[in-house]
Design a binder for this molecule. Structure first.
Ligand SMILES: NC(=O)c1ccc[n+]([C@@H]2O[C@H](COP(=O)([O-])OP(=O)(O)OC[C@H]3O[C@@H](n4cnc5c(N)ncnc54)[C@H](OP(=O)(O)O)[C@@H]3O)[C@@H](O)[C@H]2O)c1
Length: 242
């Protein structure tokens, strides 16, 4: 039996990944505020959890992770996918509470989940893997999207730290920059004002020029190339090379 944990399964890339993994007979734990009506079946378990409530994550995941481990899976893959592009806004105009909330979902939550994953699976399961879903924004500053960029840069260091600290032969931690995907996150970003997001024209152009890739297409490449195939420990993968 193969297991997967996917965060942010209500829509977008996370929903597409969970759906495909279920179709390939993975046992899937979906984690998030909401599930999707398109996710069902005996192999699916949804764990309701607001990832902005960082202190509550361990309690929500403890039981489901232990149950999956007790079923003795041959492989387990965590995909830290959930993220929020909110709030947009230029530094100097952001509220402290919004800064805290953004970094909670996009950086603290995946770190807490990876921490629990290491405790439960890394030494116990023959092959375990963590895929941190990052963005080109980890490398390039995008005016108005600093919080998102800051968190993604930190998330990429989470991958490198996991790779440096855990030497179990079957363990891999990797980063994925998934390219530009036709999801609600892109709809949200391109509908912002120029004042809040000075770089909004770039996102409007991604859409207008037909460059957004359907989430099902991206999910299939991820499952084929990063979940079920060999990967290099600690490496950052871009969609274009999958
Ligand atoms: N779309 C792109 O072009 C693009 C480009 C580069 C990187 N990425 C990355 O790809 C990943 C997937 O993005 P996407 O485009 O599919 O985004 P999306 O359409 O906005 O979906 C985000 C998912 O994260 C969940 N989420 C957000 N805040 C949450 C919270 N507080 N607690 C629990 N779940 C929460 C959402 O659930 P709710 O329904 O509860 O909000 C949703 O399921 C993200 O890591 C994103 O940064 C996307």
């Amino acid at each position: 039996m193969h297991g997967a944990i996917v965060t942010g399964v209500s829509k977008g890339l996370g929903e597409a990944l969970a759906r495909l993994l279920l179709a390939r007979d993975f046992r899937v734990i979906g984690v998030g505020r909401n599930s999707s009506p398109r996710l069902a079946g005996g192999g699916y378990r949804f764990v309701a959890c607001d990832l902005g409530d960082v202190a509550g994550i361990d309690a929500a995941l403890e039981g489901p992770f232990a149950e999956l481990a007790a079923a003795k899976p041959a492989t387990v893959c965590l995909i830290n996918n959930a993220a929020s592009a909110e709030p947009v806004g230029v530094l100097g105009h952001l509220e402290a509470a919004a800064i805290e909330a953004s970094l909670a979902v996009n950086l603290a939550a995946p770190t807490v989940i990876a921490n629990r994953f290491c405790r439960v699976f890394v030494e116990q399961v023959p092959e375990s893997r963590i895929i941190n879903v990052s963005s080109g924004a980890a490398q390039s500053a995008i005016p108005g999207a600093s919080l998102y960029s800051i968190a993604k840069a930190g998330l990429e260091m989470l991958t490198r730290s996991l790779a440096a600290e855990h030497r179990a032969p079957g363990f891999r931690a990797i980063t994925l920059r998934p390219g530009i995907i036709d999801t609600p996150m892109q709809t949200f970003i391109r509908s912002q004002s120029q004042e809040l997001l000075p770089s909004v024209a770039m996102f409007q152009d991604f859409h207008a020029s037909g460059r957004l890739v359907p989430p099902d297409v991206v999910a299939a490449r991820i499952v084929d190339r990063l979940v079920t195939a060999d990967v290099d420990q600690g490496r950052t993968y871009s969609y274009t090379e999958l």
